[in-house]
Design a protein around this ligand. Structure first.
Ligand SMILES: [Zn+2]
Length: 333
């Protein structure tokens, strides 16, 4: 779970509350303003102009850099290392092996749901030609709730789950808890799917960072088996709600030379997500991956002619400007 997804999730939740709030009569609204000014202020941040949004993103970015500082002090919880103190399950999906390290006293109904969701997802994901699910061992560390995950998380930022590339482990809580809302509910399925895609990609494909992140953001939302030009994938509001940032800043495309050094990780992930959705919607995703395997995509597009890159970039921004401001399904290949 990265900053972009977390921000999206929080914003989506706040917008939902705001929509409910609109339905309340004005007296109730006044009461909320009087008695819960912090909640009301949060709602304003979501709803008002981009100045406040930018401040919000700045805070998220600072938190991200703090996350990097805290990585060094990460210690894995003891209960994972001693099997007698943890629930240790190994399951198989054909020849794919999943090893779960489950925190004691976890709700086993949630664990069962998680396992069955993973199996269903793998069945669907296997049909997509953009990655290969290799027969291998995938380790998943399951925390009973968000509070517990937060305790062992290698960084301070409010991430919901992560894939540890060094240890090749997915870390995920069974439930998510928001302090400011006082709510605890099962971790959304796409959080697990996103980290699973990172784990599968790590094992099969040496893609660049932008393609890795973009594919995870796209494929986390698949709901049906792949049929070129017939399958639809959800374009989530969490991503759409950030489109004006891209338009305002006119970022270069991820295939631009030194793209990674030009932008923050947040900006990097944002444009990577949009660009992969663009390639999918324009039936160019598979072709693009084929090209990347053989050559630099930037060289392919420019071929000593910068105009071709500029044309691709302007087509991309024209497409973004036409995206509606609500969730929708996008047909592609
Ligand atoms: Zn990711």
């Amino acid at each position: 779970m990265n900053i972009l997804e977390l921000t999206s999730l929080v914003l989506t939740e706040l917008i939902k509350i705001n929509n409910k709030l609109k339905k309340l009569n004005s007296n109730v609204k006044k009461a909320i303003i009087n008695f819960q000014p912090q909640v009301y202020n949060l709602l304003q941040i979501v709803n008002v102009d981009s100045f406040f949004k930018i401040q919000f993103y700045r805070i998220i970015l600072i938190l991200f850099f703090l996350q990097l500082l805290f990585c060094a002090s990460y210690k894995r919880p003891n209960w994972i290392l001693t099997t007698e103190h943890s629930n240790h399950i190994t399951t198989f999906k054909n020849s794919i092996q999943f090893q779960f390290f489950i925190e004691p006293h976890s709700d086993l109904t949630y664990v069962n749901n998680l396992i069955s969701d993973i199996f269903t997802f793998v069945d669907i994901l296997e049909t997509y030609p953009y990655l290969e699910i290799r027969n291998s061992l995938y380790k998943i560390v399951v925390y009973k709730h968000y509070k517990s995950y937060k305790e062992y998380r290698p960084f301070q930022v409010e991430s919901l789950a992560h894939f540890d590339r060094n240890k090749k482990e997915i870390h995920i809580p069974l439930t998510i808890y928001y302090n400011h809302l006082g709510l605890e509910y099962p971790t959304p399925k796409f959080v697990m799917y996103h980290e699973l895609i990172h784990a599968f990609l790590e094992n099969c494909c040496e893609y660049s960072l932008w393609l890795n992140e973009g594919l995870a953001l796209l494929l986390q939302n698949v709901q049906e088996k792949f049929v070129c030009n017939q399958t639809k994938i959800l374009f989530p509001y969490g991503l759409i709600s950030h489109k004006n940032i891209l338009i305002d800043k006119n970022f270069e495309l991820p295939i631009y030379p030194n793209f990674e050094s030009l932008y923050t990780i947040y900006e990097h992930n944002l444009i990577s997500g949009f660009f992969v959705y663009y390639l999918w919607g324009n039936r160019e995703l598979l072709n693009t991956i084929h090209i990347i395997k053989n050559t630099s995509l930037y060289e392919f597009y420019t071929n000593n002619d910068l105009k071709k890159y500029q044309i691709l970039k302007s087509k991309f921004y024209e497409w973004i400007k036409k995206i509606p401001n609500h969730e929708f399904y996008i047909l592609g290949c």
